[in-house]
Ligand binder design. Structure first.
Ligand code: BEZ
Length: 391
């Protein structure tokens, strides 16, 4: 009898000890690798942009010994193909199957909007390193969804102000999806603020590159200037077609991204084109000079705005992680630190509005050789008004 109760006691103690050990383990700070879900295009018209964002992100991590806040970084990568119809399944794979700590993506606004919805519904931390869809930091804004790039309005608006310095009428050409529509809206606002008038908007479906009919129509309308939003591989063809159609000298072309990262491929057709963005080649900022050297050494290539946005996504994530010493369970504290972050970006000072969208300087640039050279600052510390974000 005594023997039985002693045995039972021993078993109870062992069970209690196991439970206690499990409880301690459950509350112990995670020390394993941090899982970063990179959902970016590696195929299609935005493949090169996706590659640059990933390169920028990884560069920051490599510079920090492959770790953030003392924890190793492990990547889970997925090609989103810039296809909105696959976005829900892809984002859910990273969040639910791979259980990533942060979702980084993407380039295409339509895909990013779905990702942001998944991030918001599952309370997963997300950083958008490019897509400018207004809704992400507007009506759909969420405490855990940040952006290190721009809202489509920002570069459109700055380019409108730039074009209005010299012209009174303009026609726009854009891909018909959220980014094109919002970029044109921003351009119109800036152009009209500067005293100009947009007289017609021309469209084609994403990622169509049959520009000829639109260029013929543009030549018939004869505005003083044109604004274009097409990006990635499409922008190379657009600029070449524009010059080949004989429009380059008669209707000056403006765009935000139209020469970004593609000047070598565009050649003489791009020479002298004026653009406005939150980055310019060779900005004389110590952080940028160090960034260019490091990027060049690692990838044997010059960085562009997409690489900067990826680098800053890693910097922003690191700011959150450092505040909690790598303890990703302290999400509210991480988010607060990210919201308050003041980053030293290669683009210049970078902070975030309440809606989690960048506040940043916008530069006027002119394509000279293989560089988008800064001429001046068009707007300092430009924030998206984000009136629909209620945080
Ligand atoms: C977008 O879809 O938001 C986008 C894509 C490429 C360049 C800029 C914006």
């Amino acid at each position: 009898m005594i023997r039985i109760s002693l045995r039972r006691r021993t078993l109870q103690c062992a069970a209690l000890l196991a439970c206690a050990t499990l409880a301690v383990a459950a509350h112990a700070q995670p020390t394993g690798p941090i899982k970063v879900g990179l959902m970016l295009p590696t195929s299609g018209t935005f493949a090169d942009l996706g590659k640059k964002v990933a390169s920028g992100f990884k560069l920051y991590v490599t510079e920090n010994g492959g770790k953030l806040a003392g924890r190793l970084v492990q990547y889970v990568e997925l090609d989103d193909e810039s296809d909105p119809s696959k976005a829900n399944e892809n984002a859910n794979k990273l969040v639910k199957r791979d259980r990533v700590d942060v979702l980084i993506g993407t380039i295409h606004s339509g895909v990013a909007m779905t990702m942001a919805r998944v991030a918001r519904d599952t309370n997963t931390l997300m950083i958008v390193p490019n897509a400018g869809a207004a809704e992400i930091t507007g009506s759909m804004c969420a405490p855990n969804v940040f952006r290190t790039s721009f809202s489509n309005w920002q570069p459109g608006y700055a380019t409108g102000l730039l074009a209005a310095r010299k012209h009174k009428t303009a026609v726009t050409i854009s891909w018909k999806y959220a980014a094109g529509d919002e970029s044109v809206r921003g351009f119109r606002e800036g152009f009209e603020k500067g005293g100009g008038k947009v007289i017609k908007d021309l469209h084609l479906p994403f990622p169509n590159v049959e520009f000829q009919p639109l260029l013929t129509e543009l030549a018939t309308i004869k505005p003083e200037a044109a604004y274009v939003f097409v990006a990635g591989a499409g922008q190379v063809k657009f600029v070449k077609d524009y010059a080949a159609a004989g429009l380059k000298n008669s209707i000056p072309l403006y765009g935000a991204f139209i020469t970004e990262g593609t000047l070598e491929a565009q050649g003489e057709a791009a020479s002298g084109l004026q653009t406005a963005l939150h980055y310019a080649d060779g900005l004389k900022i110590p952080k940028n000079e160090a960034f260019i050297t490091s990027y060049q050494k690692t990838y044997n290539a010059a960085p562009d705005v997409f690489a900067v946005q990826g680098y800053d996504a890693a910097q922003l994530f690191a700011a959150g992680l450092q505040a909690v010493k790598g303890d990703t369970r302290k999400k509210a504290e991480m988010i607060k630190a990210m919201e308050d972050a003041k980053l030293e970006s290669p683009r210049g000072p970078l902070s975030f509005s309440k809606s989690r969208n960048p506040i940043q300087d916008m530069y006027a640039r002119v394509a000279t050789g293989n560089r988008n050279v800064m001429t001046d600052v068009i707007v300092k510390a430009l924030a998206d008004p984000s009136p629909d974000c209620k945080l």
